[in-house]
Write a protein that binds this ligand. Sequence first.
Ligand code: NAD
Ligand code: IPM
Ligand code: MN
Length: 354
Amino acid sequence: TQTLDLAVIPGDGIGPEVTAEALKVLRKALDGEDVEVKETHYSLGAQHWLTTGETLPDDVLDDLRGRDAILFGAVGAAPGDTRIPSGLIERELLLKLRFTLDHCVNLRPSRLYAGVGSPLAAPGEIDFIVVREGTEGPYVGNGGALRTGTPHEIATEVSVNTAYGVERVVRDAFRRASQRLRKKVTLVHKHNVLVHAGHLWKRTVEAVAAEFPEVEHDYLHVDAATIFLVTDPGRFDVIVTDNLFGDILTDLAGAVTGGIGLAASGNINLDRAAPSMFEPVHGSAPDIAGQQKADPTAAILSAALLLDHVGQGDAVFAAAAARIEAAVKADVEFRIVGEQRTTAHIGDAIAARL
Ligand code: NAD
Ligand code: IPM
Ligand code: MN
């Protein structure tokens, strides 16, 4: 019997609601297989901080390191909640996990499933992945403020891009592209303005491309990329980009493929030296939290990405992941516009198709 030792961080808002459904589906997908699923739940997030003052204690982080993978819901307070400084939980919990566990590749697939309504008039076929850099860029917190609150205030957020960090992500993007049908990488950046980082990314893509002669590559400035994501999303196969551009593009990608409630992601530690973490692209959605209104599909598809990752090379896990994707595909195909299924109802329906 194999053991799948999962860390579960449900978090805040709709996080616990969608995570419950993801676990329900994951367990069902492995039902009857020779795999024992072990879950350890961690109370972390904005609510946890309010009651304990803790964000991510060292002993919890150490404990997480020993697990096979982390299933993460969502964290964060409502924008109007003045009890919690904006960015505290995001920086000290979510980003700290991504940075400490070296989640250098933030993998965000975008696919328009049959039957799913896109806000685009002519979406065409959409099936691409975004390989978003996950541990560098402006997210590192390298910034500061001078003369705060005065008319002479200066605030900086410095984007850090290292050859090491850029290269491993670019190589991963090419590797993934080489295994796909269209074998195409699009670098998205802004090297006409951000010349230092932009040129590092551009040179790296050109160097790595030489190792993958079967993969074609092109380039778009990020502003133009947003145009094509709306007018011609079918042109994309693998997008590789930095942490901040990737954040913005993947919410847009989620929206054009039927809504943020379907967008899954994996924060990948490429050398498997620490557990990778899987989470929906969306946040804690305070506006609908606690009402069973959230779509758990993004969390469920994140669980499929988790199985695919932990089971790399193992047919049992790969098959379970594929079954989840097929069940989601079948469920979304017959969704009725304006239907009122609860979060649990959608999870049950997908589980029932396994
Ligand atoms: P959000 O993604 O939480 O919500 C944006 C909009 O999408 C809201 O109208 C929400 O109701 C809707 N939505 C989100 N997920 C949905 C789902 N599964 N089904 C149906 N509708 C859904 O983004 P926000 O409002 O900018 O952020 C809220 C909080 O979440 C903030 O504190 C933010 O920092 C945090 N956040 C956390 C994560 C994360 O934990 N990974 C990601 C993004 C935002
Ligand atoms: C995401 C979120 C996070 C990010 C925030 C909450 C730190 O928006 O996962 O997309 O910017 O990466
Ligand atoms: Mn985001």
